[in-house]
Design a protein around this ligand. Structure first.
Ligand code: GLN
Length: 305
């Protein structure tokens, strides 16, 4: 397996030159697009890694499934579903979905920014500081990594420039879909996106989702199996934004991307996979990362289709 990963990684390396690092968050523009790493964690505990697997990067939208999990754990499925829909939008991650002058909860999706910002308001806690600590705790547990922490520079950078997210949050507020102070909710969202993680962290998270909510090699259930099912289903249909259909054909497993270059992939019952390569395609997904996952999926017959 290790040599297979090395081989596929070398095949995909040239493709890193075709991607572009995100620049709309100035701090992310400093990323090195030549980086490419992978970490595979199997359900039997064996793990395999290659390339820049130990690099740290910000989680960005890969935090969305964690926000969704926490919202489900705090409120239950019916309540979350009533506030944030589950249908694929077919729109880019920063689309402002106003249809015929109406913005309804069913227009939202937890993997797309407006839905994710709304989910931030569903997380329990007396203050946003307490909500953030609960998110951080859950992330550290899912990743089994106590070193997950806030990347201050990326957080400040996005907070300074994130006016599109601000516009979305104000629209949500105007349409009665967002409780609380817009700036406070956004501050939490920007901090959530700026957690610093590694490929290993994403593989561990993916493994818990693949394992029905249980840590591998443990009877400890972190959340009910039905929530893993809920999250994985939404990852399959919307985890790669408006590239999810193409991804389903090419790779065929639930996955979530982030503009930091990370991808978390879930092979139900079998493995969690973490990938990092900061050069993005036009939809904001890691370009070489998808190519690497496609090749791995083909070689190991991972597609669920
Ligand atoms: N923090 C980023 C944003 O809201 C996350 C987007 C992404 O990773 N696709 O714009």
């Amino acid at each position: 397996m290790e040599s297979l990963l090395e081989e596929l990684l070398e095949e995909c390396r040239p493709c890193t030159r075709e991607g572009h690092v995100a620049t709309y968050i100035p701090e992310l523009a400093k990323g090195d697009p030549s980086q490419l790493g992978i970490y595979v964690l199997r359900s039997d505990g064996h793990h395999y890694q290659a390339g820049d697997w130990s690099a740290r990067f910000t989680i960005q939208s890969v935090v969305k499934p964690i926000l969704l999990l926490l919202a489900l754990m705090d409120n239950g499925e019916a309540c979350v579903r009533a506030r944030v829909g589950v249908e694929a939008t077919g729109k880019p991650f920063d689309a402002i979905n106003v249809t015929d002058q109406a913005l309804l909860s069913e227009h939202l999706n937890p993997m797309v920014n407006m839905g994710a910002i709304t989910m931030c308001t569903l997380i329990h806690g007396d203050s946003y500081e307490e909500k953030f600590q609960r998110l951080l705790e859950l992330t550290r547990t899912l990743t089994q990594d106590p070193e997950v922490c806030l990347d201050e520079a990326v957080y400040r950078s996005e907070k300074r420039t994130g006016n599109k997210n601000r516009a979305m949050a104000f629209l949500l507020k105007a349409y009665g879909l967002l409780d609380g102070e817009v700036e406070e909710v956004l501050d939490f969202y920007f901090r959530a996106c700026s957690l610093s993680v590694s490929c290993q962290d994403l593989a561990s998270m993916g493994m818990v989702l693949a394992n029905h909510g249980r840590l591998p090699h443990s009877e400890q259930s972190l959340f009910p199996a039905q929530y893993a099912n809920y999250v994985n289903a939404i990852l399959m249909t919307c985890g790669m934004y408006d590239g999810s259909g193409d991804f389903a054909i090419r790779v065929g497993i639930p996955a979530k991307s982030g503009v930091g270059g990370g991808i978390m992939a879930v092979v139900p019952t079998q493995m969690g996979i973490g990938i990092f390569s900061p050069g993005l395609d036009q939809k904001g997904n890691s370009l070489a990362g998808i190519q690497l996952l496609e090749r791995l999926s083909n070689r190991l017959y991972l597609s669920i289709f």
